[in-house]
Design a binder for this molecule. Structure first.
Ligand code: C2E
Ligand code: MG
Ligand code: MG
Ligand code: MG
Length: 290
């Protein structure tokens, strides 16, 4: 048992070393295979409007580790957070997300991109500089950039968090409240946070069809979002029945495995291109009158 704990601790030590090495090295090119501790890679999951248009993507961090393969956030996010490394990680995700989305837009895919900001990133002194630098590159209009913050993130230092949020919105960036419904004082946040979007937590999506109370909460939340001028995004949509139900009750945007898992940029390019093709209005003469 002790040995197992030891092995776990050693594994974390090693991951932390690798994380520091990776983040200490210059960001480099995504095709640079020599990075000794691997590299940060943004994957992307599409978000679809009610009419089926792909209107956005969420960037989700992965760590391409030389020995361990592609690591999901659950394997390293907490470690990065504990050791103050999340801002460095997020900066890389943000830059990849903006660059890649600019490419998609140049190829006719009119997408927003959402990047996750944890609590420690809101407290990060360089956040506004990095955001300004990204916007100065003019790859992407500010209105196409969404920053997802969680309610718990805002609770940690409410006043400062709200100030930073206001400054981001001043720049034309959209804010989204991620994992909505699972944090504290949700209603206070709705009142004070200048967010454009509510992202209903997957826990609600999952129970929508099986639990009448959940369905009532989801319907009321959609109405609330709309009354406040916000769009509602449902995350974790895994089946067609849930998608149909969400669309029927006015959910604006859906995201989940039913549409697509998070994909590497090139794979999402193929997904977007294939979808655009199949969704194009049929060519040829217009159908004659009935
Ligand atoms: P999140 O922002 O709530 O992201 C949604 C998570 O749900 C993602 O997990 C996504 O892959 C997963 N997901 C999407 N559709 C479905 C579905 O239909 N069913 C199920 N069961 N899951 C689905 P992932 O990529 O493992 O990310 C987990 C969390 O890690 C994210 O939750 C976010 O809080 C955090 N995270 C990811 N990337 C970043 C980042 O760049 N920066 C920061 N600070 N946090 C990040
Ligand atoms: Mg998110
Ligand atoms: Mg979420
Ligand atoms: Mg969630």
């Amino acid at each position: 048992f002790d040995e197992a704990i030891d092995a776990g601790a050693r594994q974390r030590e090693r991951l932390l070393d690798d994380l520091r090495t990776m983040l200490g090295a210059p960001a480099g090119d995504a095709s640079d295979d020599r990075a000794p501790a691997g590299r940060v890679v943004a994957h992307f999951q599409p978000q679809l409007d009610a009419d089926g248009t792909a209107s956005g993507v969420e960037a989700l961090v992965r760590w391409d580790h030389p020995d361990l393969g592609l690591l999901q956030p659950v394997a390293f996010i907490d470690l990065a957070e504990e050791h103050g490394l999340l801002p460095e990680l997020t900066e890389r995700v943000l830059r990849q997300a903006v660059t890649q989305t600019a490419l998609w837009r140049a190829h006719g895919h009119d997408l927003r991109v959402a990047v996750n900001l944890s609590a420690s990133c809101l407290d990060w002194p360089r956040l506004l500089d990095v955001v300004d630098d990204v916007l100065d590159s003019r790859l992407l209009p500010a209105s196409a950039l969404v920053l997802e913050v969680t309610e718990t993130g805002l609770v940690s230092d409410a006043v400062h968090g709200l100030e930073v949020a206001a400054q981001l919105v001043d720049r034309g960036i959209e804010l989204s409240i991620d994992d909505y419904g699972t944090g504290y004082s949700s209603l206070a946040h709705l009142n004070h946070l200048p967010a454009r979007e509510l992202k209903l937590d997957r826990a609600f999506t999952r129970r929508l069809l099986d639990d009448e109370r959940t369905a009532t909460i989801v319907r009321a939340t959609i109405d609330l979002a709309h009354e406040l001028g916000m769009r509602l995004v449902a995350e974790g949509v895994e089946d067609e029945a849930t998608l149909t139900a969400l669309t029927a009750i006015g959910c604006d945007v859906t995201q989940g495995y039913w549409h697509s898992r998070p994909l590497a940029a090139d794979d999402l390019t193929a997904w977007l291109d294939a979808r655009a093709l199949t969704r194009q209005p049929a060519s040829g003469p217009a159908p004659s009158a009935r």
